[in-house]
Structures are given as structure tokens and as C-alpha cells.
Design a protein. Structure first.
Length: 324
């Protein structure tokens, strides 16, 4: 089938209340029409995602914001102008028409306009904003290609396969408040990039007061099926174990005991983000018993990469439970 035919078919499935996996520039998403609560419920079931974890709503044009948020204020427009379409998700007060299932009963909604031809055309053709979490089982590695999606998820109605995603890690999530923004999840668009447009206020009190917790801030997340340790930050017993090594920068040693995936031999953080999940999927599939990850510098995109690695490292117990 041609790309255009795939989009039309997928859009029809969304209109009929089905769910579709599709690429964005960050990771693949699992989408349904935002106002179709039955279809939204199916997403939670297939992902085994708890209902307390709200979804991001994807739009293809600014005008659709009016369907979703209470007030399209100046700050939203400034951010949209500068960063959309792109890997930025904005959390703001919701329009009451947005189903509570999508927002996990929060008074807010998360919205973004993805920078990907398939995602944008799908939303346009379906004629509705599309609510979509990443297309993986809850707590597991995010998918950066169609194969990763199919490895974890069964019973999806359709998948648009448009190759590997470019950015490789999930969007930056921010919450807007009266004074500015708070960072809920780091991504390739940094706090500094955003501060050039609106004021940064680390207003944790505002978040608590309104109950605007972001489950994306959960300590463990994005985990491979085997334990992951960060080199130099944790003690690990290596005896007789088959080890997967996630490296950054030139490979220092050749060791046949190690299965190695290099995120970027030239220490390019953008390249490392693009390859992060692909490398972890490969290590997971290679049959290693544990993964040791070399830390990357915590500047710019490195902040988002280390956020994902630390969350992957936080889950060492009960990994058997999430082995499918
Ligand atoms: O790049 C991305 O953001 C990808 C692609 C598919 O768009 N999506 C994605 O969705 O990563 P998901 O569901 O895996 O992560 C969404 C994050 C979660 O941590 C969720 O808790 C947070 O956004 N979130 C959604 N709505 C929220 C809200 N109203 N308040 C606070 N956090 C919210
Ligand atoms: Mg996710």
C-alpha cells in the first residue's frame, strides 16, 4: 500500500473507533480519537496502563487547541509559534469537553503538535485530535520503529510503518501556570530553549496545590526486561553474568564477554538520543542478563538521556512480572 493509502485507511479506523499505532518525530504513539472514550479505554487496556496516567493529545493545527484547552492564552501561542510542530507538550487547564479518561481526572490536558508527516496527515484525515501515549507496555522501553511496537503490543487495529523516528526520545513536557512554566519531563527542547520564550518558575507548590502531578515523574519507567545499572553510580555483582554495555564515546576495550551498543562514538548527544531506545531494545533482545550504561554529560540533551537511564535503572525488582 502507498503511504497515502495507509494514512486514509488508518484515519478511517480512527473514525470508526479503532486504535492505530503511528510514528511521530519522537517515538511511536498508540492513538484514538480524543472524544471516543471507548477507544481510549482500549488504549489503556492494551498498554496495561493504569488509569491514573493521563494521555497526550496530538493536534495538526493550532485551531484545534480551542477544542481542548480552556483558554488559548498568549504564552501558549508564543510557544506554539516557536516550537510546533515539534517535541514539546504543553499542560494547561482543559476544556470541559475533553473526557476525564484522557486526563486521568486532572483539571488539565497535555497537548502537542508532532513534527511528522504521518502523524499530521493522520490527524487531518481523521478530522479529530488524537490522544496517544507511547506505543509500549506501561513502564517498558518506548518504540522508535514499527518492529518495537509489534514486539510489545498485540491487538492493535493498524500500524503506520514509516521507518525509524528521528528524535528518539519522548517530548519535553511542561506545565503552564500564571507566572510561567515548570518542567515535568525533560526532552530535546531544553529548559533554556523554553526560558528564551516564557519565564521558568520551578513552582512545585503550584503543582501540588492543584494536584497536577505528572505520572511521567514516576521514579521507575522506560525499563528494559533486564536490570540496568549506571556505571560509576551503582554497585553491581558481575560474577559470571552475560553483560550488555551501553557506551558513549570511542570504544575503549575489546572484550568478547560484552555485547556492546555505542550511542555515539563521536560523543554527539543528539545522535545518542536518537539511538537510545533502539540500542536498549537490541541489548534486551541479545539475551544479556544485565545492562551497564555509561553515563553521558548532563548538559543540554544529555539531561533528558540521563533522566531516561535513571528511570530505567530504578526498576530492578520484579522484572519477571513485565516479561511478556
Ligand atoms: O513524545 C511523546 O510525548 C510521545 C509521542 C507519542 O507523542 N508520547 C508520550 O506519551 O511519551 P506518554 O503517555 O508515554 O507520556 C505522556 C506523559 C506522561 O508522563 C503523563 O503523565 C504526562 O505526559 N501527562 C499527560 N497529561 C498530563 C497532565 N494533564 N498533567 C501532567 N502530566 C501529564
Ligand atoms: Mg510512555
Amino acid at each position: 500500500m502507498t503511504f497515502e493509502k495507509n494514512i486514509l485507511k488508518a484515519a478511517q479506523i480512527i473514525k470508526d473507533g479503532g486504535i492505530v499505532a503511528f510514528p511521530t518525530e519522537t517515538v511511536y504513539g498508540l492513538g484514538a480519537g480524543v472524544f471516543n472514550t471507548k477507544a481510549i479505554e482500549k488504549i489503556f487496556r492494551i498498554k496495561e496502563r493504569p488509569f491514573f496516567d493521563p494521555l497526550i493529545v496530538h493536534i495538526s493545527e493550532i485551531k484545534q487547541l480551542e477544542l481542548l484547552v480552556k483558554k488559548v492564552d498568549e504564552n501558549i501561542l508564543k510557544l506554539a509559534e516557536k516550537f510546533w510542530p515539534g517535541p514539546l507538550t504543553i499542560v494547561t487547564e482543559k476544556n470541559e469537553n475533553v473526557p476525564d479518561l484522557v486526563t486521568a481526572n486532572l483539571p488539565t490536558v497535555a497537548v502537542r503538535m508532532p513534527n511528522h508527516r504521518a502523524a499530521l496527515q493522520l490527524i487531518q484525515q481523521a478530522g479529530t485530535p488524537i490522544a496517544a501515549p507511547s506505543a509500549n507496555k506501561f513502564g517498558r522501553l518506548s518504540p522508535t520503529n514499527a518492529k518495537h511496537v509489534l514486539k510489545q503490543l498485540k491487538n492493535i487495529d493498524f500500524i503506520i510503518d514509516d521507518g525509524n523516528t528521528e528524535v528518539g526520545i519522548e517530548s519535553t513536557v511542561i506545565s503552564l501556570n500564571r507566572e510561567g512554566f515548570t518542567l515535568l519531563r525533560p526532552g530535546v527542547i531544553s529548559k533554556q530553549d523554553l526560558s528564551a520564550v516564557i519565564r521558568y518558575t520551578d513552582n512545585k507548590f503550584f503543582i501540588q496545590e492543584r494536584g497536577l502531578q505528572s505520572p511521567g515523574l514516576l521514579k521507575s519507567h522506560y525499563s528494559p526486561k533486564v536490570p540496568l545499572y549506571i556505571l560509576g553510580e551503582e554497585k553491581v555483582n558481575l560474577s559470571n553474568k552475560k553483560i550488555g554495555f551501553l557506551t558513549f564515546g570511542a570504544n575503549k576495550e575489546k572484550n568478547n564477554q560484552l555485547v556492546t551498543e555505542n550511542l555515539s562514538p563521536t560523543k554527539n548527544l543528539k545522535e545518542a538520543a536518537t539511538k537510545l531506545y533502539e540500542a536498549l531494545h537490541k541489548l534486551e533482545e541479545s539475551g544479556v542478563e544485565l545492562i551497564i550504561a555509561e553515563p553521558v554529560p548532563e548538559t543540554g540533551i544529555g539531561i533528558a538521556i540521563m533522566d531516561r537511564l535513571r528511570k530505567a535503572a530504578a526498576k530492578k525488582e520484579n522484572l519477571a512480572e513485565i516479561v511478556d
